[in-house]
Design a protein. Structure first.
Lengths: 254, 236
């Protein structure tokens, strides 16, 4: 009950944020503009719209997660509203979870809008409906939930600027991790390979949430792999939230 | 004192916007047009260098498909700028190689890339290598083996290999309905020109772009002219 109240309040606060609308407007414009770019291809209009649409949704979704997520806790501390909240009969973990769920709700609405636009444009161009696009957007949404949790984690102990840099770094490394592992396995020496594999295992592997390539190329999806990926994502989110709660619980606001 | 005069706050915003537009139209755009430095170098000058495909894969931060699409669009611009002029497509193999390294399942890049490499660039070995790579990376798609069969049949006249690739195509889901007919023709050793004509007509009828249709029509006209000559038979 307390968590849902904080979550709804965070959602309301987020949808009033101008940053959200700026990023969303830019994303929708880019997805719309992909239809013009697609006309330059030879019979590949649908493919380009789907690729660019899914990539825009992922990239701008991450920007929303990061730029709204980094201020979640910091703003409360800066405005000193945190004192009023923690003085109430509410646990700190409830406050943090409410903040997280509120931002995830905001992301759900924005990513959902972007995904629907991509699906609609692809339908208009191809003349048929590609349900796989929604599966790709849903899996990418879980990746964005991880990015949100990362932003929230940094938001509990550092400034928004540093949080943004760290969260963006984790997002980029997470997207690259699959490629980095392949390169390390192929080219690197033993020492470097151990280090890269260590980083690969600890940092989130966001590349495994990208099934857009399979959907766009009409390749079948491995349902077992998708299930394991969803479970991996949820486990990673829980791990980050526990870490954030641990740090936030020990934080001294006096 | 100023607030009641010409420079009232609400007018300042309007004046600033008008000045901004005036500068854009009167100065920025005309001055932009005079600049010679920093213009993008045409592809054919050879200074157009991609990162190696593997490095581009990393530099795209996991957005491999978008990177592949961008290089594909550049490749199309490159084809378009040469197809009606010198027909030299020396950079095309490298471009398509980059596209399919970024997205190995981009089947149309293999088939269209090979088609232009072959019929506009005259690079048959390059087209065969590209299609074989496409067939290996996409073992459930009929397009690469079908294009291999057609290339072996029409350009290299290597009938055993053409037959092999038509038979591979025949096992794939979604393959064109006329593939078994070509297999039968090859087994029956039907005249080369008739079979070639049918292959080109099939390609013309299924072409998704005018460029491909033009290639097919050009080859059909060539074959029909050959067949109308007194010595022109259907011998194989």
């Amino acid at each position: 009950m307390r968590i849902s109240a904080i979550a709804l309040n965070t959602f309301r606060e987020a949808v009033r944020d101008r940053i959200l609308y700026s990023i969303l407007a830019f994303a929708l414009l880019l997805i719309g503009a992909s239809a013009i770019l697609a006309s330059l291809s030879i019979g590949q209009e649908g493919r380009i719209i789907k690729d660019l649409g899914l990539a825009s949704s992922s990239l701008f979704g991450a920007f929303i997660a990061i730029f709204l997520g980094i201020g979640l806790v910091f703003k409360e501390i800066e405005r000193r509203t945190i004192y009023a909240i923690i003085a109430k009969p509410i646990h700190r973990f409830q406050f943090l979870l409410g903040k997280y769920i509120g931002l995830v709700l905001t992301l759900l609405v924005t990513v959902g809008m972007m995904a629907l636009l991509v699906v609609g444009l692809a339908w208009a161009i191809d003349g048929y409906w590609t349900p796989g696009l929604l599966a790709a957007a849903a899996l990418d949404f879980i990746a964005l939930m991880i990015v949100t949790a990362v932003a929230l984690l940094f938001s509990t102990f550092t400034t928004p600027t540093l949080s943004a840099i760290f969260a963006l770094g984790v997002f980029l490394i997470g997207r690259l991790s699959g490629d980095l592992k392949i390169f390390a396995d192929q080219f690197a020496g033993l020492g470097l390979r151990i280090i890269v594999n260590g980083i690969y295992l600890v940092l989130p592997d966001l590349s495994r949430f990208q099934i857009g390539s399979r959907v766009v190329n009409a390749l079948p999806l491995d349902s077992a792999d998708v299930t394991w990926t969803v479970l991996y994502g949820l486990a990673y989110i829980l791990m980050l939230l526990f870490l954030a709660i641990g740090i936030f619980q020990r934080r001294d606001f006096k | 004192m100023m607030s009641g005069g010409f420079l009232r706050p609400n007018r300042i915003a309007l004046i600033a916007i008008l000045l901004c537009l005036g500068l854009l139209l009167g100065a920025v755009i005309p001055l932009h047009r005079t600049g010679k430095n920093g213009r993008s170098t045409p592809v054919e000058e050879g200074s157009w260098l991609f990162l190696p495909p593997a490095a581009l894969r990393v530099a795209s931060f996991g957005f491999h498909n978008v990177a592949a699409d961008v290089v594909w669009l550049l490749a199309i611009q490159y084809i378009g700028s040469h197809i009606s002029t010198d027909r030299k497509l020396s950079e095309l193999f490298r471009m398509v190689d980059t596209v399919v390294t970024l997205d190995p399942h981009f089947v149309e890049a293999y088939t269209l890339g090979a088609l232009f490499m072959n019929y506009s660039g005259g690079n048959v070995p390059g087209a065969i290598a590209l299609l074989e790579r496409g067939a290996k990376a996409n073992p459930t798609r009929w397009e690469p083996p079908y294009n291999l069969a057609r290339t072996y049949y029409l350009d290299l006249r290597d009938y055993p290999k053409a037959l092999h690739w038509f038979e591979v195509t025949d096992r794939m889901p979604g393959r064109p309905h006329y593939v078994p007919r070509f297999i039968a023709r090859l087994y029956a050793a039907t005249g080369h020109r008739e079979t070639a004509l049918e292959l080109w007509r099939a390609m013309r009828d299924s072409a998704a772009s005018d460029w491909v249709r033009e290639i097919a029509e050009r080859e059909i006209a060539k074959l029909e002219a050959e067949m109308q000559r007194p010595s022109g038979g259907g011998s194989r």
